[in-house]
Every structure is written in structure tokens, then in C-alpha cells.
Design a protein around this ligand. Structure first.
Ligand SMILES: [Zn+2]
Length: 282
């Protein structure tokens, strides 16, 4: 499993699934040459056959004092989209094997409320959905909750309602400070209340994107929407602001749906154009 050190904080990627998809499965574009126009630093981000890999993973942010899990993937036994129907993965065992049994997680951050980010919030035990992380506060932004709660379908009923019933959910603002060195940052557009997660320790910084991008090409062509963006114009503005904020700052950008190597740096070339490079912390 992949891990990164940001000062004294450790971030682990816990993989649920790597899915080879056509660009149109994640991006709203009919530009078939889009991915081919850019020489990616790792072949993993774009394949010669025109597909790319969409990774579904959770990220543990371990500050030493706190054990924060950012996003909980699809989960097992969930009737979601066909590609991910009724998964039966070892994700929870893998998390435990890394040294993070569910009871040891003190905070779950839901970057947004799409099914592939909140699935393991609960698990099916004797026919009933129960909280997977019984000792964790589950952070959801108020804007995000307000948007989806009205239309709470079976998904939210199974993944969020059991947490609400147990009093495990905190509705927070989009600039919420989660812990020392960990804070939320508004990233609206993919969904109204989506957040990125900023991790800082010593002189080092990382940012977990949430779904403000599904492929690194969107840093370079921010107007290319993700398929599920609720507000494509706002999402594009969020991507532009993100690049402005983090390019050439040495900030490690960890993509919530990027396959291995998953993280990299935004760099401006001599022509002012942006690149996403895997190596080269300044
Ligand atoms: Zn997603």
C-alpha cells in the first residue's frame, strides 16, 4: 500500500478498486484526443488503448495524535452502479492490517456524499446497516448535507441514517479545522458542499482533492467537467483556483481517484502552462 510522510504526519492510501474506464465514464467530453495531448509522467494516468484507471481508495491521515479517515469508498454488498455492484472486497481487513482497526479511527471526513465516498460508513450485520467506525465523529459539510438530505434515497438511508441515529455525525462549515494540521477547504462544483482536505506538518503540506478532479488532465484543461459535476461552471472555477493556490508551492497533491502513483506536484513550465509531475518536491 502507498504511503506518504508530510512532516510528522503519515498518510496511507487504502485501495478498494482500480477500474479501467473510457474517459467518458468520468469526464464530460467528446474530445477523444484529450488524454493523448499530454505526455504524462507515469503511464498509469493514461493508457495507450485510450482508457485510464479510476481508483477508488480511502486515505488515512495519522497525525500521531489523531487517526482521520478521508472517504470510505463504495463498501460491500451495495447495489450501486453496475460496475461496482455488490462488491465483496477485503478493504476493511486491509485497513486493519495497516494498523487501523475500525474502532481506532476517531474521525471520518466525507469530502462529499456520492456513493463511492461514503459506502463503508456502514456495513451490513445480520441484515441491518450499522456504523463501521463506532468511535468516530463523521464530518459532513452543512452545505453538502442540505443539498442531498432532501432527496435522501436508499443510498443515504443506508450510509448516513444509521450514523445520524447513533449521533455520530457533525455538520461542519467548509473551512472546518479537523485537527492540528488538518483542515477542510471548500471545493464546490462537483457537488455544492464538497471539500478538499489540507494536511500540514512542519514545512510540508499535502492536499487531498476529493472529486474536484477525476483525471490530472483537468488541472491543465480545467473547463473539462467531471461527469457528475452538479455545477460545471463552478467546478471549473474551483479547479482554476486550486491550481493558482498550489502550483509551484511544493504541495503534494493526492488525487482521490488517481491510480498509483496517486500523488504529484503542480508545476508551471516556462510557457506558463501547468504540468502534473510525480517527482520533484522543491
Ligand atoms: Zn468519486
Amino acid at each position: 500500500m502507498t504511503m506518504w510522510r508530510i512532516g510528522s504526519t503519515v498518510i496511507h492510501k487504502v485501495l478498494e478498486a482500480d477500474l479501467a474506464v473510457r474517459p467518458t465514464a468520468a469526464l464530460r467530453t467528446d474530445d477523444t484526443a484529450l488524454l493523448k495531448r499530454y505526455p504524462w509522467p507515469a503511464p498509469d494516468f493514461s493508457r495507450a488503448d485510450g482508457t485510464f484507471v479510476l481508483s477508488v481508495h480511502g486515505l488515512v491521515v495519522d497525525t500521531g495524535a489523531r487517526r482521520i479517515l478521508v472517504d470510505t469508498c463504495v463498501g460491500n454488498a451495495r447495489p450501486s452502479v453496475p460496475m461496482l455492484q455488490m462488491l465483496n472486497t477485503t478493504w476493511l481487513d486491509d485497513l486493519t492490517a495497516l494498523g487501523y482497526p475500525p474502532e481506532s479511527i476517531d474521525t471520518v471526513v466525507c469530502t462529499h456524499l456520492h456513493f463511492d465516498h461514503i459506502g463503508w460508513n456502514t456495513r451490513l450485520v445480520d441484515g441491518k446497516w450499522v456504523p463501521t467506525f463506532p468511535r468516530a465523529r463523521h464530518l459532513v459539510t452543512r452545505a453538502e448535507w442540505n443539498h442531498w438530505a432532501d432527496e435522501a434515497g436508499a443510498g443515504l438511508r443506508d450510509t448516513m441514517q444509521p450514523l445520524i441515529d447513533e449521533g455520530l455525525v457533525d455538520l461542519v462549515e467548509t473551512d472546518h479545522r479537523v485537527a492540528g494540521g488538518v483542515r477542510l477547504e471548500a471545493a464546490p462544483g462537483h457537488t455544492p458542499g464538497q471539500v478538499a482536505v489540507v494536511v500540514e506538518s512542519g514545512e510540508e503540506r499535502a492536499v487531498i482533492t476529493g472529486d474536484l478532479v477525476h483525471h490530472p488532465v483537468q488541472f491543465i484543461e480545467p473547463d473539462v467537467p467531471s461527469l457528475a459535476d452538479t455545477d460545471a461552471t463552478l467546478a471549473a472555477a474551483t479547479r482554476r483556483a486550486f491550481v493558482e493556490r498550489y502550483a509551484d508551492t511544493g504541495t503534494l497533491v493526492i488525487g482521490t481517484h488517481f491510480p498509483a502513483p496517486t500523488a504529484g506536484f503542480l508545476r508551471r513550465g516556462g510557457d506558463g502552462g501547468v504540468r502534473f509531475v510525480v517527482d520533484g518536491r522543491r
